[in-house]
Write a protein that binds this ligand. Structure first.
Ligand SMILES: [Zn+2]
Length: 139
């Protein structure tokens, strides 16, 4: 078995690949721009939930809607909904797959992200779906 070499030519992954908050904020920006509409009622009267003790963003990066009082995150209504895998891990998987023109194997991905083989298979399936959607949108 050959292991991928890590030499000086290997680019460092961007911050969104290892910083969860950066990954979440990036995805929020991509999805909503400056208007994070509530996916339940489509109103913009929403706010970021904060951790009561630290005053920083809630650990699950939830938003709450003042109109319908429901909460949601940027994953809501996307293929990432319901997955316990961090968004930074998804970003890293997308980044790795963009550098692997022949696709990634679950073995490679599980080693590189430190996730189980089963999670890696799941991530690859979803990443492939996302790439298919992106291709279709371009057409
Ligand atoms: Zn709402």
């Amino acid at each position: 078995m050959t292991r991928p070499k890590h030499d000086a030519d290997t680019p460092t992954p961007p911050e969104v690949c290892f910083d969860e908050q950066a990954a979440v904020e990036y995805c929020e920006q991509v999805r909503w721009g400056d208007t994070p509409l509530c996916p339940h009622c489509q109103q913009a009267d929403v706010y970021k939930m904060k951790d009561r003790e630290t005053g920083t963003r809630n650990k699950r990066f939830l938003w709450r809607c003042r109109r319908c009082d429901k909460h949601y995150s940027v994953r809501w209504g996307t293929v990432l909904q319901g997955s316990g895998i961090q968004l930074s891990t998804w970003c890293r998987a997308l980044w790795e797959s963009s550098r692997a023109p022949h696709g990634l194997s679950p073995q490679q991905l599980s080693r590189c992200l430190g996730i189980t083989h089963r999670s890696a298979k799941f991530v690859i399936e979803r990443v492939t779906q996302m790439q298919i959607f992106a291709e279709n949108e371009r057409m």
